[in-house]
Design a protein around this ligand. Structure first.
Ligand code: FES
Ligand SMILES: [Fe+2]
Length: 245
C-alpha cells in the first residue's frame, strides 16, 4: 500500500488533507493543519491512538476528536477543553492496496468490493500520474473505443507514414447501460461477434473509472484543470506457480 510521503503527496495536492497512520495501524485522513495554531500535521508524531501535533502536542484520533491536550489538561484539570476541539476528518477504507477517502455527506458508502481485488496469485501495480486537464475529459476516454485504433495502435506507424502497418479498422461499436455504468463493444476488421471485444466488452464505471478486465483506472479531480489518474494493474503468475503469495 502506498503510504507516507508518496500517498500524502496526493492527499495534500487533491484536498489539503493529511493521511495519518497511527502506531496501532489505523489510517485516517485529516485536515492538513491543526485547528489550534494551524501547524502542519505533516510533522506530527505517530502515536498509538492518533497523530500528535508537533507544535503544542494536541493529539487527534482518526475520527478527528482531540483526545489529549498536555498543557490545557494540566492547567485546568476539570475544564475538558479538548471535548470542544476537532480536526476535520474524513472516513477512509483500505481496499485493493489503495486508501479510499470519502468527502461527501453521511453516511459514507462502502467502497465496491470489485472481484479483482480478491484475485490473488499475481502482482498488483498501482501507478499515479497527474494529467493537466479536467477529469471529465479523461473519463470521456473510458467510453471511446475508436481512439484505441488511432491513438494506441497506429501512433508509431502514422508518425512515420507507414500506413501499411495500420491496425485493423473498427467496423462497428455498441454501448449497453449496466447497473454500474456502460459497457462498450467493438468489432474490428480482424474480429467478429464471437470475439470477447464484442461478447464481453469493456466497462466505463460510474462515475470516474474504466475497467478493462485486469486493469482499473480512476480519474480523480484535483481542480477544474487537473486530474490525478490512478491506475491499478493485475498481472497473474503462470498456472504452474500457483498457489502464489
Ligand atoms: S498548533 Fe497544533 S497543538 Fe498548537
Ligand atoms: Fe487509451
Amino acid at each position: 500500500m502506498p503510504t507516507g510521503d508518496d500517498m500524502n503527496r496526493y492527499a495534500s495536492r487533491t484536498s489539503d488533507t493529511w493521511l495519518a497512520n497511527s502506531a496501532d495501524n489505523w489510517t485516517g485522513l485529516i485536515d492538513r493543519h491543526c485547528p489550534h495554531r494551524r501547524a502542519d500535521m505533516k510533522f506530527g508524531f505517530r502515536e498509538t491512538c492518533g497523530l500528535r501535533c508537533c507544535y503544542h502536542g494536541w493529539l487527534f484520533d482518526h475520527t478527528g476528536a482531540c483526545v489529549s491536550q498536555p498543557f490545557e489538561e494540566t492547567d485546568d484539570v476539570e475544564g475538558r477543553f479538548k471535548d470542544k476541539i476537532r480536526i476535520k476528518a474524513y472516513p477512509v477504507e483500505v481496499k485493493g492496496g489503495l486508501v479510499w477517502a470519502y468527502f461527501g455527506p453521511d453516511p459514507a458508502p462502502l467502497v465496491p468490493n470489485y472481484e479483482p481485488f480478491e484475485w490473488g496469485n499475481g502482482f498488483i501495480q498501482i501507478g499515479f500520474s497527474e494529467i493537466p486537464c479536467n477529469w471529465f475529459q479523461c473519463q470521456e476516454n473510458s467510453i471511446d473505443p475508436v481512439h484505441f485504433e488511432w491513438m494506441h495502435s497506429n501512433w508509431a506507424a502514422g508518425k512515420t507514414g507507414d500506413t501499411k502497418s495500420y491496425a485493423p479498422t473498427h467496423l462497428k461499436v455498441d454501448f449497453e447501460e449496466i447497473e454500474h455504468g456502460i459497457v462498450y463493444k467493438r468489432i474490428r476488421a480482424d474480429t467478429n461477434e464471437a470475439n470477447p471485444l464484442w461478447t464481453v466488452g469493456r466497462n466505463c464505471l460510474r462515475p470516474n473509472s474504466l475497467f478493462t478486465g485486469n486493469y482499473f483506472e480512476w480519474r480523480v479531480p484535483i481542480d477544474d484543470g487537473n486530474t490525478l489518474s490512478v491506475g491499478w494493474f493485475y498481472n497473474p503468475v503462470p498456472q504452474d506457480m500457483r498457489p502464489f503469495k
